[in-house]
Design a protein around this ligand. Structure first.
Ligand SMILES: [Fe+2]
Length: 266
């Protein structure tokens, strides 16, 4: 490659990076990432904070249990092998395999590695539901609300039906990049209002630390894709779709929480 061609490539890379950095800023400021429902939960500003958190756990599980399907769908859309390989590493982590570096990170966050190493993330979420008394039988007696099912199904379609840039926009910029910001107030509310141990709620501690790295990987893939002008609109559309869906889900959860009877103070 000639000197001037190299300069052109790095200019294009720089442009791609700048484009996704602006999108990331837009995502962090979106209602989905700063939702009044999350603020209300963290402040205990709903009639029954523990009841609202239990409802959130049951409904969020519908979306969360299928996370590997969204990630696999996104991997399937990608054409460039190193991009796929990078996301396969995220997939490995979702199945509970943590690298040395990540183990150090979780330890620093106060998590005992034995609680998480080798445990797939959907199983960690089930551990949390178990702690709240939500057994398999309870779950089948208490089916999810339409809002949770619609969110999960539509989000899966975002990752399958719109090409690689839309999928990366949805899963990366519109999801992984903002989830630590979303899980932080939820974790605060859990610690404040639920009687669960750190081991039982570890799904949330884990996702306020390790998914920061997941977001980074997707941000780099997004920046590569954004080097080509035709990928920019679908990157932003995928991001907006994911944020819009999540925001609509939180709106519904907020309405459900506000409609609950006041918890009696014992
Ligand atoms: Fe996860």
């Amino acid at each position: 490659m000639s000197m001037s061609a190299q300069v052109l490539v790095s200019d294009a890379k720089q442009d791609g990076l700048q484009f996704v950095t602006e999108l990331a800023r837009e995502a962090a400021q979106h209602r989905a990432a700063n939702h009044p429902y999350l603020e209300a939960l963290a402040a205990g500003d709903v009639p029954d904070p523990a009841g609202a958190l239990a409802d959130l756990a049951r409904q969020y599980y519908v979306y969360s249990a299928d996370f590997v399907r969204y990630l696999s769908a996104t991997i399937g859309q990608l054409e460039y092998l190193p991009h796929r390989a990078a996301l396969v590493r995220n997939l490995t982590e979702e199945s509970g395999v943590l690298s040395e570096h990540e183990l150090e990170e979780v330890k620093a966050a106060g998590v005992d590695p034995a609680w998480v190493q080798g445990v797939p993330h959907p199983v960690l979420f089930r551990r949390f539901l178990d702690a709240l008394g939500m057994t398999e039988a309870w779950l089948s007696d208490n089916p999810p609300c339409d809002d949770a099912v619609i969110w999960s199904r539509t989000f899966h379609q975002c990752c399958t039906a719109g090409g690689p840039a839309q999928a990366v926009g949805a899963l990366g910029l519109g999801t992984e990049l903002i989830v630590p910001q979303i899980y932080r107030p939820i974790l605060r509310a859990i610690i404040e209002h639920l009687d669960v141990s750190p081991r039982e709620r570890v799904f949330f501690d884990l996702h306020t630390t390790v998914d920061d790295a997941h977001g980074e990987v997707l941000l780099e893939i997004a920046a590569d894709l954004a080097m080509q002008a035709e990928h920019r609109a679908p990157l932003r559309l995928g991001m907006q779709m994911a944020l819009h869906l999540r925001s609509a889900f939180f709106d519904a959860m907020h309405r459900r929480a506000l409609a609950m009877p006041m918890r009696e103070v014992k």
